[in-house]
Design a protein around this ligand. Structure first.
Ligand SMILES: [Zn+2]
Length: 320
């Protein structure tokens, strides 16, 4: 009886002894391959190609070496959403380097630790903003709102955004391309109207701004040649920090989908050392994606922060 019970165990021990040599051999091969891969990666990182960047901290390196791909070449001039009465959505479709590399090199930007994420929400406030604020509060996340007056009945949300510790930037009052980009004067008139609303609602003006369509937009060329070059110059002279983005949530693409939006944001955050994520609170799918993004971010040690004028500002580069 006891022999029968013993035998299977003894058999197993014997087999293990017989194959011990093979197991050690396989483990050695795995170890050698892993060491080899590590050596190749280290060698590539310090190759001549990256030599000018070698002395910079890791957080700056990726931003400096990466171009931000906005989309494809096929619609070089970009496009406006079809609905003429609703909010205008502009899709830039070209590749742009981040033109602020040199300023980062000179140490003017606060580059953070590589674990800070800047979510930005454009075109509101609107009917979804309260729901977004509730989700953000739940995760102790702070974001930046680039605001408009397209839905004037929600102006009061500006006060709530500011009170919750979020940053507010001007995204123009009307967000109508044919109006704001018809001349620099028209732009600043529209811009200042929004600034007055922000001041009335929050008690102070803001130094943050985002150009509708981004600073790289070419749609403005339909209304005024060279206007973006002029506006970028004037914005700087007036003391504004304008911020584009280097991660697109894809929530302004046709057929927005909450899973795709969440995936696009999380992939972008992983890829960028200082992710500045373009989102729109106008889109309810984006609000639905937030829970996934914020839960994932918290699990992975990311901090969601509001932009300040000391933050790194992604700049696409001017094309008009
Ligand atoms: Zn916008």
């Amino acid at each position: 009886m006891s022999d029968k019970k013993k035998n299977p165990f003894q058999n197993l021990l014997r087999k293990m002894q017989e194959h011990a040599g093979t197991v050690v051999g396989v483990l050695s091969v795995i170890l050698i391959v892993a060491l080899l891969c590590n050596w190749i990666i280290t060698a590539r990182e310090s190759s001549a190609e990256n030599a000018p960047l070698r002395n910079l901290p890791k957080t700056v390196k990726t931003v400096l070496s990466g171009a931000y791909e906005i989309n494809t070449e096929k619609q070089r001039t970009g496009s406006i959403g079809a609905n003429a009465s609703g909010p205008q959505v502009y899709r830039p479709n070209y590749r742009q380097p981040d033109t602020h590399h040199s300023r980062m090199q000179s140490g003017l930007w606060n580059v953070g630790t590589g674990k800070t994420v800047y979510l930005t929400f454009d075109d509101g406030p609107c009917e979804n903003t309260q729901e977004l604020l509730d989700i953000l509060a739940k995760y102790d996340a702070h974001v930046t709102f680039f605001v408009t007056n397209q839905f004037s009945e929600y102006q009061g949300m500006l006060q709530k955004e500011a009170a919750a510790g979020h940053a507010i930037g001007v995204h123009t009052y009307s967000h109508r391309y044919e109006r704001i980009y018809s001349s620099p004067g028209a732009f600043w008139d529209d811009f200042n109207r929004m600034q007055e609303i922000i001041q009335a609602q929050t008690g102070s003006t803001t130094n943050l701004m985002r150009f509708p369509g981004g600073s790289s937009n070419t749609i403005s060329a339909n209304y005024c040649d060279g206007i973006m070059s002029e506006l970028v110059k004037e914005a700087t002279e007036k003391g504004y920090s304008y911020c584009d983005w280097n991660v697109d949530s894809t929530d302004a693409d046709g057929d927005p989908d909450k899973d795709r939006i969440a995936q696009s944001i999380m992939r972008g955050i992983r890829d960028k050392d200082i992710p500045i994520v373009l989102c729109h609170d106008l889109n309810h799918e984006t609000i639905e994606a937030m829970e996934t993004v914020l839960r994932w971010g918290r699990r992975n040690g990311y901090r969601f922060a509001a932009l300040t004028t000391d933050s790194y500002m992604a700049h696409h580069g001017v094309n008009n």
